[in-house]
Write a protein that binds this ligand. Sequence first.
Ligand code: CFM
Length: 550
Amino acid sequence: MIDEKDKIKATSELIADLQSFRDEVITKYPKKVGKKRAKSIVLSDPDTPPEIQANVRTIPGIITQRGCTYAGCKGVVLGPTRDIVNITHGPIGCGFYSWLTRRNQTQPGDDNDANFIPYCFSTDIQDSNIVFGGEEKLKQAIREAYELFHPHAIAIFSTCPVGLIGDDVHRVARQMKEEIGEGINIFGFSCEGYRGVSQSAGHHIANNGLFKNLIGRDDKVRGSQKYRVNLLGEYNIGGDAFELERVFEKCGINLIATFSGNSTIQKFENAHTADLNMVMCHRSINYVAEMMETAFGIPWIKVQPIGAHSTAKMLRKIAQYFGEQELKDRVEEVIAEEMIAVETACEKARKRTVGKLAMLFVGGSRAHHYQDLFEELGMTTIAAGYEFGHRDDYEGRSVIPTIQIDADSRNIEEITVTRDATRYNPRKTEEELKALEAKGLEFNEYHGLMNQMEKGTLVIDDLSHYEMDKLIEKYHPDVFCAGIKEKFCVQKMGIPLKQLHNYDYGGPYAGFKGAINFYNDIEMIAGASIWKEIKAPWENEAYVEAQYAY
Ligand code: CFM
């Protein structure tokens, strides 16, 4: 058994070596490529985060982890809403690819509640549509979907070929709304896969669409509690939203809307009646928080309910915001009650996890959020990065004014939001906000991933496959967190990979019960030695022969 002190020493020696990784990798690339990649590979410094290059085009020929703009709009933001018929206008592959693979779950109230999530709607366009146009086929698809399901809303998502041939999905939406008549909302998204450098562009397009077409249409005040909040950037992967709903309910807090885990049209339309917006995934949804603040006067705070202590912190922030003793007491009661099981599970797992190493290369927020859970397990994250984060997700929002807007960002519509004439109602006065800030509650702020990472650890934006191979060869982490594209390559190298997009088959990982699930899963993964036993055939046999199977 290695002593805990030895483990810490070994970790700090390893961190001291990370600079050499950067140098070695950069010199291996062709000069021009190396120069560009050098700007996206930095050593973290939590006190003065270095500038990192992010949200720029991937270099052609490099194997990236990224997805496309369509995936960010249809798959990520609108996908988890159960009662909108989401029609992919494009070839069938795009619709099929974004069908349930993300494991966003939903729970309809009863049999009468619409739930279209199990379906995959696509216009399945063919070569002839590319030549003669696909608008008629799209109209037909909308008619068919309406006749079959009578939904309250239909959304149309453009894929790459649709943009190239110039089908106007917005015009089709208008025409079909007129044809079908009252009682239906139909809207389109110009979220062609190529429109931005990654799925991040799709989030922005989706957020604009949510704001223009859904938010603020239903003024009825719902729910019985006086504490009314929205959770933005939570997508109910593996049941995360269910756990958070349970926690809020236990505290006596009404969750008016979640964007968009386990959501419905009505929740979006009603969201402006909440008194606080909490941003969980900053990358995908900070736009909605800002728009709702401008239009309706709802302040927003950053929260992070991944990790038991972070969940407790979130609840305390809510109680601080509303300021009432009764809520503060209730929150403390809930935390104390939930922490009993959390601490037992954590202690058990820590026997096999303390001192182990993690690497996280995921999306635009989880590579940060999950570091809290690893910290609770006594593990060190020695390298991390986003696929499509922006500089603010790494360095904190204070750098936003210095971010250069390039042609790719200009490609995305910026909508102008102004105060809603009748619904604008500042939930707190300037003085109240200042007083809360003086007590440590920060508004409109996110400090980013580097703020948390130990000095000298590696931060890499848009990790390439080559860089991933080298990281594993050199540092043998105990767990590598990424997605399905990386999973089997990494495991063939003898290192376990935990999918942090869809959680493999696991979850929930949010909230208190989620933390327990995560401890158990990581204990099994990081404590197992089976991966090191796996040898590729060529490591055992001098000559490997195979045949193609037809
Ligand atoms: Fe936000 Fe997400 Fe993520 Fe994201 Fe995603 Fe996702 Fe993700 Mo996959 S919205 S940025 S586009 S937390 S699908 S639920 S896991 S890459 S880190």
